[in-house]
Design a binder for this molecule. Sequence first.
Ligand SMILES: *Cc1c(COP(=O)(O)O)cnc(C)c1O
Length: 344
Amino acid sequence: MRNVDLRSDTLTQPTASMRQAMAGAEVGDDVFGEDPTVNRLEEMAAERLGKQAAVFVASGTMGNLVSQLAHCGRGDEMILGNHSHTFFFEQGGSAAVGGIHPRTVPNQPDGKLALEEIETAIRGDNVHLPRTRLIMLENTHNQCSGYPLDADYMKAVGEIARRHGLKIHVDGARIFNAAVALNVDAKDLAAEADSISFCLSKGLAAPVGSMVCGTRDFIKEARRARKLLGGGMRQAGVLAAAGIVALTEMVDRLADDHANAKKLAEGLANTPDISIAPELVKTNIVFFEITRREMTVAELVNRFDEEGVRMSPSGPNRIRAVTHYHITSEDIDYSLSAVSNVLK
Ligand SMILES: *Cc1c(COP(=O)(O)O)cnc(C)c1O
């Protein structure tokens, strides 16, 4: 029996060249700004995203939070999607830590926020109202089938933000998946963002870490917020070394993950009792629904597990499967037949 673990791309293990780079990394005290490997990774990340500077943080959650803290003060409001990772899965840290008020706008099935709904959500100058400071977008959009937001949409949101004097933060946990899927430079997707964070630890397979990129002044503030949150790491070059390998060696191959996800989505679309929109699957995340009611999603996921295929329950009828570095095309064939067997 195979073991095909499709629960998340966070399960990826560091590659042999990452482990080698980590073992040999030149390090220093990064809180003093003296870790040459962290400094190199930060320069590289800023360059890749077309920004002046970057800061290495412990996680995607920390990257989003330090960005929010750098853009907003207590009582300020940020506009974000009602299915966004920040709204759902980050413990409300912006409110808990920053006193920042979240204002949700519905995510469309492709992860976008409708432009007119963003515009409507922006507060006027009135003593009753919080002040809108920030628009947050997520690219790719995790809960919306990993859909990538394109540069035209980013431009349209950028125009609204500028007109109202707002900042844009992009939760780009999987921004390189978006860039590969759209066949554009990540820079083009980040051009309208005042700040953008991305994860080294997901499809790019580094063991730990995310990057936040923006202007030099913004990164200075983000670095202060990182220290406040206890994220000032010392000889962090051992981690950054893997991040450098992630950016150098692991970006282009994301196309394989996308092809595997597409194959999975199309196979599931041809499986009885499953409902899926395969046209939304452009990157590495596949959501599908079970239309048969006699088994719960939890029971089904357990049955898949017994066949050697692991997926995540994601709502009353919904299951999530994510492709990544350790998943092959044969694993997808195997998973599809396991799902068919269970549903037979
Ligand atoms: C995973 C993820 C995060 C958070 O990253 P962690 O490193 O798990 O904290 C943020 N945003 C999105 C869209 C994610 O998928």
